[in-house]
Design a protein around this ligand. Structure first.
Ligand SMILES: C[S@@+](CC[C@H](N)C(=O)[O-])C[C@H]1O[C@@H](n2cnc3c(N)ncnc32)[C@H](O)[C@@H]1O
Length: 448
């Protein structure tokens, strides 16, 4: 067994204890040799590496005392990503690898080319590394963030996992606070079996109850999408299992409704001297994320620190402006929020009243028509995206706090020809409950 980011040895020590417990009749010297042959840990931090070795020494102390010898050194201080592949492969590669974006040099990029797409993340590299260190029929068991399940930058990693080591189990850790230090990362425990055919992966929801108890609930089984580089839709809770099964058969995407997604072009701190506090010739309303309210309204406002309500256009700034009604949708929402999808329509009359165009800041997505006559208007699309039904679906897709253009464009949607009822409801000012019921019906076939 290898832990390539072994820290203080939290995963290695229980294995040493289990080997000892499973061979009670074995001579201490042989058992020590056995454990020494079976376990390996790599760690970049010398103190953490020392701690791992000391923790293992402590676990096997009764053996060392009786056998008259110490456990061999099984921890190497090294950068796992730079280390040459060993001759021996492992039955189990286990760990809680580091995560975070990293810049790679050319040689590193070339080494991990097969699993990279755009920005590299440490845990993606460690996942690729695990596959290289596991035996052809070995198991990889990792604790990682959930962002690889749907993120654009992980599409090649998803394809690699599907072809070389499909997931056997994926367990979501339901509570974030108090379980892991970093409150913003959603976490999962997954096992991947190298060389296995692509089959069903079982999904669980793991909820820590107190220090000694966890509850584990079955959320069903899923198969990966036919193109496994696409987001993997997974039920986070048992309730979502049947929904995910239906979504697997929904082939329509936003493009089939006549829309495409891009991010608001203005990164405000690169244009500080063009942010202004009054309207005027050559100035356009600057639309910040706060203009889209939690209940799906558009309110022109700039109330947060450093937010100015207008933008002064200069020569060549045309690319920053938007002149068509579109749906604005917040780009960052956490799973604790009542809604992950928070959208509002940028109204045509607002554009008209402000010289025909506005500037959209980068914390908003813009969902714009890509055809002359999309199947529904931006108003109807905003109402759909603000529904609990669409929100529930997005939560089965998204693995991070980002609401990315990629994830929105890959969201499974009902068929365009089924949208007449919703269109009529929104256009005649139908009640919120009726719109909710219609959106639920569109996804489940039954109104709640
Ligand atoms: C999330 S911690 C793992 C904690 C570990 N499971 C334990 O029991 O303490 C990730 C570990 O990876 C180590 N690490 C980070 N980059 C590394 C690299 N390139 N090679 C080896 N270890 C690395 C860090 O020093 C840290 O100890």
């Amino acid at each position: 067994m290898l832990d390539p980011a072994c820290g203080g040895g939290a995963f290695l020590t229980p294995v040493a204890r289990r080997i000892m417990n499973s061979l009670p009749g074995c001579s201490p010297a042989i058992l020590l040799e056995n454990i020494g042959n079976r376990l390996r840990g790599y760690e970049i931090d010398p103190f953490a590496a020392w701690l791992s070795q000391v923790s293992l020494d402590a676990v096997v102390l009764p053996l060392s005392r009786n056998g008259g010898r110490k456990l061999p050194v099984v921890i190497a201080v090294c950068d796992s990503l730079q280390r040459a592949l060993p001759h021996e492969r492992f039955d189990l590669v286990i760990g809680n690898p580091p995560y975070g974006r990293v810049r790679l040099d050319q040689a590193e990029r070339a080494r991990f080319k097969r699993s990279l797409y755009g920005h590299a993340n440490l845990y993606g590299l460690f996942t690729d590394l695990a596959l290289r260190h596991a035996k052809p029929d070995g198991v990889v068991a990792y604790v990682t963030p959930t962002s690889f399940l749907a993120g654009h930058y992980f599409k090649n990693l998803r394809a690699l996992l599907a072809s070389e080591a499909p997931p056997a189990t994926i367990d979501f850790v339901a509570v974030r606070k108090g379980v892991f230090d970093d409150a913003l990362q959603e976490t999962l425990l997954a096992t991947y079996r190298c060389g296995a055919p692509r089959g069903l992966a079982t999904v669980h929801e793991v909820t820590p109850i107190d220090e000694l108890t966890i509850s584990i609930r079955d959320s069903g089984s899923i198969s990966l999408p036919s193109d496994p580089s696409q987001p993997w839709l997974l039920p986070r809770t048992a309730i979502e299992a049947s929904l995910v099964a239906r979504l697997a058969h929904m082939e329509n995407r936003l493009a089939d409704w006549g829309y495409g997604v891009s991010t608001g072009p203005l990164v405000w701190n690169r244009f500080k001297d063009q942010l202004v506090y009054s309207s005027g010739s050559g100035r356009r309303p600057l639309i910040w994320a706060e203009a889209v309210t939690a209940d799906g309204q558009f309110i022109f406002r700039a109330e947060k620190k450093n937010h100015a309500p207008y933008f002064e256009l200069r020569h060549g700034d045309g690319w920053l402006t938007v002149n068509t009604p579109c749906v604005l949708l917040q780009r960052t929402t956490a799973k604790e929020q009542a809604r992950r999808l928070i959208a509002a329509c940028l109204p045509a009359d607002f554009l008209k009243a402000h010289g025909g165009s506005v500037v959209i800041e980068n914390h908003l997505n813009m969902i714009k028509p890509i055809v002359a006559n999309p199947v529904i208007s931006p108003d109807v699309l905003a109402a759909f995206l603000n529904s609990a039904a669409a929100d529930r679906v997005f939560r089965c897709v998204s693995g991070s706090v980002a609401v990315s253009a990629y994830e929105l464009e890959t969201l499974p949607l009902p068929a365009p020809e089924a949208l007449d009822g919703l269109r009529r409801l929104v256009e005649c000012g139908g009640k919120r409950e009726c719109i909710e019921a219609e959106c639920t019906r569109l996804y489940t076939g039954t109104a709640l």
